[in-house]
Ligand binder design. Structure first.
Ligand SMILES: NC(=O)c1ccc[n+]([C@@H]2O[C@H](COP(=O)([O-])OP(=O)(O)OC[C@H]3O[C@@H](n4cnc5c(N)ncnc54)[C@H](OP(=O)(O)O)[C@@H]3O)[C@@H](O)[C@H]2O)c1
Length: 260
């Protein structure tokens, strides 16, 4: 006889779990942090802009969950180590890490400065590695955990001007698989979540450019941009018991983009 709590909607219940979300100040990170809180999780919100993560933490408390905001830069090894340690100390543990802090520089390669390329890789890839390593150390020792790395359809397909970004996202899928293998026996699941085009500040320049906006809408089989709340189900799934036998995978939330 199966245990009923392992079959119904309580599979998605995150009550008592602590989730740290990087890039939680705005955009997809913010919405995913709220989705995890709505599913019951306590939240550690992290980004470089204090006012934004404080505001998010206030909203999470409004949902009746505990929340702390810790400012820092994911590209700094020392900062990341300190933030994970502080999160564990303040909320008593760490069950879920959502790596969402990301940047993009859209330029043809011949115009892309090496410093710009490095900045994108440092944030989107090296930052994910640093946060996963620091969180994983805690999770592996405890014998339980979930890591969700926000990738992109650009990890699967390519477009001009995306050299740095697509390189970082492709590498995230490989990093995800290696972490999944290394931590599988320790009951820590590591997966990637790959959105297509969602309405956030990061993609505002694309919406403001009529030609690029038309390309995106016409290229997306569903014929529209994604809304941040449309990632809620996927992130809660990957953070919850519902995905306990899923690891090393990339879940594409892309309106059909990669089915084309
Ligand atoms: N929007 C889309 O269509 C889309 C599609 C596919 C994948 N994604 C991915 O989803 C993630 C979030 O994107 P978004 O659209 O929500 O972007 P966004 O609105 O620009 O938000 C990015 C967040 O990352 C934080 N961040 C950036 N650099 C950081 C650093 N060095 N250290 C700590 N935090 C940092 C930002 O805060 P501060 O600047 O205050 O630090 C902000 O909170 C990214 O990984 C992105 O690649 C987005």
């Amino acid at each position: 006889m199966e245990r009923p709590e392992l079959l119904g909607t309580r599979l998605f219940d995150l009550t008592g779990r602590v989730a740290l979300v990087t890039g939680a100040g705005r955009g997809l990170g913010r919405t995913m942090a709220l989705a995890l809180a709505a599913a019951g999780a306590d939240v550690v919100a992290m980004s470089r802009t204090c006012a934004e993560i404080e505001s998010l933490a206030g909203e999470v408390r409004g949902l009746g969950r505990r929340a702390v905001a810790i400012a820092g830069d994911v590209t700094s090894e020392d900062a990341v180590e300190a933030i994970i340690a502080e999160a564990v100390a303040q909320l008593g543990g760490l069950d879920v890490l959502v790596n969402a802090a990301g940047v993009n520089v859209r330029k043809p390669v011949l115009e892309l400065a090496y410093a710009e390329y490095q900045q994108v890789l440092a944030t989107n890839l090296h930052g994910y590695f640093l946060c996963a390593r620091a969180a994983g150390r805690h999770m592996v020792a405890r014998g339980r955990g979930k890591v969700v790395n926000v990738s992109s359809v650009m990890g699967r397909v390519a477009l001009p001007t995306q050299a740095a970004y697509a390189s970082s996202k492709g590498a995230i899928e490989q990093l995800t698989k290696v972490l999944a293998l290394e931590w599988a026996a320790a009951n820590v699941q590591v997966n990637a979540l790959a959105p297509a085009y969602f309405e956030t500040e990061l993609t505002r320049p694309l919406r403001d450019d009529p030609e690029r906006n038309r390309f995106i809408v016409e290229r997306t089989p569903m014929g529209r941009w994604g809304q941040p709340h449309e990632l809620a189900g996927a992130v809660v799934f990957l953070a919850s018991r519902a995905s306990d036998y899923v690891t090393g995978q990339t879940l594409l939330v892309d309106g059909g983009w990669t089915a084309w």
